[in-house]
Design a protein around this ligand. Structure first.
Ligand code: NAD
Length: 260
């Protein structure tokens, strides 16, 4: 319970990797604020489960593309929970389509949700990190922050951007007891991955099984999906005092994908 007394704000935590972060941080005693979209009853069930694990859990439905909503959520995290101490920029979506037909609206949406949202969240969190002289800002980047795949131009661009934002922010916050890092998972079986299968089938003219085995798993030498819990365990480590000198780093957790 080394995070007792700390408050974590995790965006895009109504499912998948974000929810795993929230659960892992709550298990170490942190109060948590979760965020994201989805069925209201299901979100309330998760919130109540988190509250039963740690001392307090809140849900905020801020749309991470809206600067005012992001700022209000961070302020609410401060006013109602005394945070944020740990902030995880995790909201994300994917779109798979060749560049020549990639719609501009889709491009702008992917950049807004996967990249600009992290900037907005960081900008709103910095005054609290400086005030506390302690902070942890972690973004979920992706193996696509290091390597590309065809038909994912906006996503690959956004995730490379997260790596750059991470390094810049690490330098700006280095003397404020605050570390800034990103985690780059390979494929984790979540709604985001499942939802991209039909477009990948179309773009590559493959069956569903071929997409799963020949596209998703074939690129990971372990031939296994990474789990959301494995990603969350890495984030928990980055919150420890022993990790205070780790900043500006991009951690791969991808079954060896980017080693090849
Ligand atoms: P997911 O679909 O389970 O979760 C995405 C979350 O983002 C959901 O809670 C959703 O409601 C939220 N979200 C989407 N748009 C939002 C918005 N405008 N405002 C607020 N919340 C919003 O998918 P996931 O796989 O758990 O993805 C989480 C993060 O992990 C993403 O940044 C994704 O790019 C990254 N990632 C995923 C994988 C993978 O294989 N699943 C691999 C590498 C990186």
């Amino acid at each position: 319970m080394f995070l007792k007394g700390k408050t974590a704000l995790v965006t895009g935590s109504t499912s998948g990797i974000g929810l795993a972060y929230a659960k892992a941080l709550a298990a170490e005693g942190a109060q948590v604020m979760i965020n994201g979209f989805g069925d209201a009853d299901a979100i309330e069930k998760e919130r109540a489960g988190l509250e039963a694990t740690s001392s307090k859990a809140l849900y905020d439905g801020a749309d991470m593309t809206k600067p005012d909503e992001v700022a209000a959520m961070v302020k609410r995290c401060h006013d109602e929970l005394g945070g944020p101490d740990i902030v995880i920029a995790n909201a994300g979506i994917q779109h798979v389509e060749p560049i020549e037909s990639f719609p501009i609206d889709k491009w702008n949406q992917i950049i807004a949700i996967n990249l600009t949202s992290a900037f907005l969240l960081l900008r709103a969190s910095i005054p609290y990190f400086k005030e506390k002289k302690w902070g942890r800002f972690i973004s979920t980047a992706s193996a696509h922050s290091l390597v590309a795949s065809p038909f994912k131009s906006a996503y690959v661009t956004a995730k490379h951007g997260i790596a750059g934002l991470t390094k810049t922010a690490a330098l700006e916050l280095a003397t404020f007891g605050t570390t800034v890092n990103c985690i780059s998972p390979g494929y984790v079986w979540t709604p985001l991955v499942e939802n991209q299968i039909p477009d990948t089938m179309k773009a590559r003219n493959l069956t569903r099984d071929q997409v799963i085995n020949d596209v998703l798993l074939d690129g990971q030498p372990t031939k296994q999906f990474v789990t959301a819990e494995q990603v969350a365990a890495l984030a928990v480590f980055l919150c420890r005092d022993e990790a205070a000198q780790i900043t500006g780093s991009n951690y791969s957790i991808d079954g060896g994908w980017t080693a090849e």
